[in-house]
Write a protein that binds this ligand. Structure first.
Ligand SMILES: [Zn+2]
Length: 539
């Protein structure tokens, strides 16, 4: 058998302890045929082989971002950018929404995102009347950058059949004028989710999903962008039904350049139960192994459920989206019994404790199945949690570059507790498996920046937080490769460079082991290969 493609003269770090370093790697179709010294691999070359001289550049297994939000990110290519960079005042926002209204058919939705009232000049919050001025004939929704609230106009409220007589949904609120009770267009939490977020709604949303072909194009663009950062696989950590369809459309058209693990919200678990569809279905490009549950709030939003309260308000213990332990036990038990990984968002210690109790009960009641359960983010930990996680083989997916992005918020909110957040070192020392999770587009997408942060624990401003939780470069690369493959039960398929594994690699312009650790995130990706095909090449 001759290779289709051979990379030679490379500095290959395989992540395979049996052969950590190599000079050349040969691919046949979508798999690795051989890894070794130039001379060993040379004989696999034939007349059809494409040879690429790497001139000493570093080659790693393609990066795997086990917790990402591909479908949200794809929609950034479609939604109207209302960020402070585009609109630093409400007048400017009204202008850009008004311009979009001129380009579309009456009745078509205008969907703005990234609106941030705290970074605009006005000192007041957007109101339905502002959006009515901008686009009286089109339904408009503008979602806040946090994703937890948004503002709609009168046309949009009418589409949802909402008026002053509408009551607040469970877990959400409709904003009102305090004097008159008239809706002001602001939708908080579940009120927004039910209105616009298919993946979080408990009913069909008022804002319809984008058309099928438009979604397909947007995902292709998003995937190409992620490929350019060396990413070959992602977990879509909240994959809605319309994107299950879109990803299948791309799979069948052989247009996927990124491997996708769909993590489906628990709201759809009953559908899988009714079909008898057990966990791990799909192939190496598109599969579904996990069910998502969100138990508490966010670290930077100071809504994580924490026992000791917030630094400047000890009586504030954050919020639980699932308050009942029985409800959580029941959900995780169903996920466990159907053979899916429970991928449970839990930031605060109250939430993490609830998740561990629920997993423990599910494992005790049914020890036959052994799905690998995961705590997404798993931010506020203690030694007791570490012991339990190691014993129950529960994985942690802490944020990788949160410190870089939000470091300045952590001390004021959490004080000394910030030192043990994103506790990569503690997890590894306790024998808990740790995988990557950028949370992009909420977090930053770059794996190299994530690796830099795990190694340095430095914020963008240069402050260090919790140096005891630093891990080695070798460990950090593993978090983004071999251990991220383990997080989707695909460790025999990818995350290492050895024969028969998938032909997914990233070529870097510089060796991360030879630059200043503060510069790892600035290293350029030279080339990304997924399934033996070049999916990105720097020109
Ligand atoms: Zn997420």
């Amino acid at each position: 058998m001759k290779a289709d493609l051979i990379l030679k003269n490379a500095a290959i770090k395989t992540m395979d302890s049996a052969r950590p370093f190599a000079e050349a790697i040969a691919f046949f179709q979508d798999r690795i045929l051989a890894v070794g010294q130039n001379n060993d691999v040379m004989e696999l070359g034939g007349p059809q082989t494409n040879w690429l001289d790497m001139t000493g550049k570093t080659v790693l297994p393609g990066f795997i971002d086990a917790h990402e939000h591909l479908s949200w990110f794809a929609e950034n290519y479609l939604n109207l950018d209302c960020s402070p960079q585009k609109a630093d005042s409400i007048d400017k926002l009204v202008e850009i929404v008004g311009q979009r209204a001129l380009d579309i058919e009456p009745g078509e939705w205008i969907r703005g995102v990234l609106y941030d009232d705290t970074k605009m000049k006005d000192g007041r919050v957007l109101h339905r009347d502002d959006l009515d001025k901008a686009a009286p004939e089109s339904p408009v929704i503008v979602v806040h950058v946090s994703g937890h609230w948004g503002v709609v106009n009168s046309k949009a409220l009418a589409c949802g059949g909402m008026d002053r007589n509408s009551s607040d949904p469970q877990g959400g609120e409709l904003g009102r004028d305090p004097a008159t009770g008239r809706l002001d267009g602001r939708l908080y939490e579940m009120a927004l989710f039910n209105f616009a977020f298919e993946s979080l709604a408990v009913q069909p949303t008022v804002v319809p999903p984008y058309p099928r072909d438009i979604r397909k194009d947007a995902v292709r663009k998003a995937a190409t962008f992620l490929n350019s950062a060396g990413i070959c696989s992602v977990g879509d950590a909240l994959c809605a039904p319309s994107y299950i369809m879109t990803y299948h459309d791309l799979l069948h058209a052989e247009l996927l350049s990124l491997r996708i693990n769909m993590i489906v919200p628990y709201q759809f678990l009953a559908n899988f139960e009714n079909l008898g569809l057990t966990g791990g279905w799909g192939n190496s490009w598109l599969r579904c192994s996990g069910i998502k549950i969100i138990v508490d709030g966010a670290i930077a939003g100071r809504t994580a459920a924490i026992s000791q309260g917030y630094e400047n308000d000890p009586d504030d213990h954050g919020l639980l989206l699932i308050e009942s332990q029985e409800e959580l036990d029941h959900l995780i038990r169903r996920i466990h019994d159907l053979g899916y990984q429970a991928c449970v968002h839990a930031n605060g210690d109250i939430a993490i404790n609830m998740v561990l109790d629920a997993i423990e009960r599910a494992q005790q009641d049914n020890s036959a199945g052994k799905p690998r359960h995961r705590i997404e983010h798993c931010t506020m930990i203690n030694d007791a949690f570490l012991k339990r996680m190691a014993r129950m083989k529960v994985m942690a997916l802490p944020f990788v570059s949160y410190l870089w992005q939000h470091g300045e918020k952590l001390r004021p909110f959490y004080g000394a507790r910030a030192d043990r957040m994103f506790a990569h070192k503690s997890f590894l020392e306790a024998g808990v498996k740790v995988a990557s999770g950028s949370d992009h587009p909420v977090g930053l997408h770059s794996p190299l920046l994530g690796i830099q942060c795990m190694v340095t624990r430095k914020t963008a401003a240069g402050e260090t937080i919790g140096l005891n939780e630093r891990i080695s470069l070798e460990e950090a690369v593993r978090v983004y490769t071999a251990d991220a493959a383990y997080a989707t039960c695909e460790e025999n398929l990818k995350g290492m460079l050895k024969p028969n594994m998938l032909a997914d690699v990233v070529v870097l312009q510089q060796d991360p082991w030879k630059v200043n650790p503060d510069e790892i995130g600035s290293i350029d990706v030279e080339m990304t290969i997924a399934g033996g095909k070049i999916v990105f090449q720097k020109n």
